[in-house]
Design a protein around this ligand. Sequence first.
Ligand SMILES: NC(=O)c1ccc[n+]([C@@H]2O[C@H](COP(=O)([O-])OP(=O)(O)OC[C@H]3O[C@@H](n4cnc5c(N)ncnc54)[C@H](OP(=O)(O)O)[C@@H]3O)[C@@H](O)[C@H]2O)c1
Length: 318
Amino acid sequence: MTDRKVIAVVGATGAQGGGLVRAILNEPNGGFAARVLTRDVNSTKAKEFARLGAEVVAADIDNFESVKKAFEGAFGAYCVTFFWAHFSPEKEMAEAKTMAEAAKAARLRHVIWSTLEDTRKWVPLSDNRMPTLQGNYKVPHFDAKGESNHFFTDAGVPTTFLLTSFYWDNFIHFGMGPKKGPDGKLAITFPLGDKMMLGIAAEDIGKCAYGIFKRSDEFVGKTIAISGENLTGAQMATVFSVELGKEVRYNSVPPEVYRGFGFPGADDLGNMFQFKRDFEEYFCGRRKSDFSRDLNPSLQSFKMWLSRNKNAIPLEDA
Ligand SMILES: NC(=O)c1ccc[n+]([C@@H]2O[C@H](COP(=O)([O-])OP(=O)(O)OC[C@H]3O[C@@H](n4cnc5c(N)ncnc54)[C@H](OP(=O)(O)O)[C@@H]3O)[C@@H](O)[C@H]2O)c1
């Protein structure tokens, strides 16, 4: 244990962090050990990780001292924030700052910061193609992450900035799976027109992060962008139809219609999809699945992911 590099994993009982912890545990001779950070060391997931050999420690990213203590003695940390738990970009930025300063205090040698683009560099607040949200943002859950990058550089923390992609797991957990339309047919709905959307299995983000820690010297100070596969809405619908054995259509709506769907965060996601639609060349060009596969040789395509996970997708009978 002592000669292994300890990686402290924020969000370890969640999607991104969980993938990283499992990647480390699955390679006992890989030279790394996983430290699970959780607010509840007695949860079922935390206990399961302890049973599998991870160190489990209590920490809350809203509490600097707890994060600093949890980072101490580690080689590195995986840092992620949880926008959808509170919908506040300011809170997200405060949490990123806490983790950056805790990483500095603990003298970590490599941090991966799970970030996204500050879309205001492409769509300034004065650009009315999409509404400004929460007073100061275009895509709050992107912008706050991008704006937070400087906390890590300001603190002088050796950081890899990891630009992630849309999780296909959103079809299971985020209510984005196929829904029955007025015509009685199943459809997936995105405001993307004929543009491509990057996607990835959430589990593969953690596996890519493990690949980055394994090649630490190469990636400190770099920005790395990952994706599993880039597909249009129509292509995703075709894969759904094949895998589910029933027709699934692609329903493209204008971003303003998506923003008006009324669920919490619909305006943020409507702007996010519009950003992906309007800057497809940048967004898809930046994230390369070949490079992601180099970091994570078991990177899944959408078809692979769907064939493994289709039974977990809540589906209305069509
Ligand atoms: N969905 C997507 O397509 C997508 C794509 C790219 C990026 N993202 C970003 O991913 C982030 C969320 O990551 P995720 O999906 O891996 O999260 P997740 O699956 O929702 O994981 C949440 C985990 O984080 C822990 N957590 C929550 N609040 C915490 C706190 N205050 N202190 C310490 N731990 C806390 C919880 O662990 P305990 O209960 O054990 O403490 C929980 O298990 C969001 O900011 C989102 O914007 C999402």
